[in-house]
Design a protein around this ligand. Structure first.
Ligand code: A2P
Length: 269
């Protein structure tokens, strides 16, 4: 949908209880992935790692989908990282948004990929595949993450090399950031691909099972004494990674009952 059509369709009344925000920038990484930033409602409070429901003003009853906020809680704008699903009821239109267009937000952010749902530890593992990196894009830009953990390891596995760009650019920006750069010295990024050549290859689950990820990073095997985990990816990836963490003796936590790992999925279309 072009901006003009979006504008025309935005004549639909804004549903009650939602924020109407303006797109400030859009960046396409591949034909499957893009990032966009929007204005932030002054009254919106969220914790880094949470998700929020997003829609477009293109129908009487717009379709809303859960998106992890990829920007940290201190940022004056909101950032999102999205896949483009062919014929996806929301992303089919969302992928065509332009600067100045309107995006709707439901008012209540929520989620379990938050520092509060984990017990303190030494090393935080963030396991992500595809757009599952989004909540971690928020958390690695939040100084609180580094107050709670000495070392933060973000793993990102994608099918192809070009799909790693968002995470790689982000981590170098974090290292240069005046607010978090200094405290983020303990941040490590471990990227792998599964369908294209790259120095590190394979599903993260296989690399954990074989022990290669620990050898590559020069860290010990995961232990409930020192390590904490967060997982975000497809349903299958969540299930398989969760089973591996449980095999190391980690226990799933939640906001009301913090423990040694937490799970969420990228809920798109
Ligand atoms: P693969 O190429 O072997 O399917 P997608 O884009 O389909 O969400 O996949 C993103 C990445 O997650 C791909 O590299 C994919 O590997 C990997 N992946 C898919 N299923 C699993 C799983 N059950 N456990 C770990 N990684 C997975």
């Amino acid at each position: 949908m072009s901006s003009a059509i979006l504008e025309e369709k935005s004549k639909f009344p804004i549903p009650t209880g939602v924020f109407s925000e303006t797109v400030t920038s859009v960046h396409h990484y591949t034909d499957r992935l893009f990032k966009f930033r929007i204005t932030r409602p002054t009254s919106l409070r969220f914790r880094s790692g949470e998700f929020i429901m997003i829609g477009l003003p293109n129908a009487e009853k717009p379709v809303f989908r859960a998106y992890s906020v990829a920007s940290p809680s201190w940022d004056e704008e909101l950032e999102f990282y999205s896949i483009k699903v062919p014929d996806g009821p929301l992303t089919e239109h969302l992928q065509k948004i332009k600067e100045g267009d309107t995006v709707l937000l439901r008012k209540k952010p929520t989620g379990t990929l938050v520092n509060d749902a984990l017990l303190p530890g030494e090393r935080l593992w963030m396991f992500s595949t595809g757009t599952g990196i989004a909540p971690f894009a928020s958390l690695i830009r939040d100084p609180e993450t580094y107050e709670k953990f000495d070392e933060v390891i973000l793993t990102h596995t994608c099918r192809e090399v070009a799909e790693l760009t968002y995470g790689q650019k982000l981590v170098s920006a974090v290292r240069d950031d005046p607010l978090v750069g200094e405290v983020a010295q303990g941040l490590k990024l471990y990227c792998t691909t599964t369908r294209e050549d790259y120095p590190f290859r394979g599903r993260i689950t296989d690399l954990i099972s074989s022990g290669k990820v620990f050898d590559d990073l020069g860290v010990p095997r995961i232990s409930p004494k020192t390590d904490r985990g967060m997982i975000c990816g497809s349903m299958e990836m969540l299930r398989d990674t969760k089973a591996l963490l449980e095999g190391f003796g980690l226990v799933e936590g939640s906001n009301s009952c913090p423990n040694t790992f937490v799970v969420e999925r990228a809920f798109v279309d």
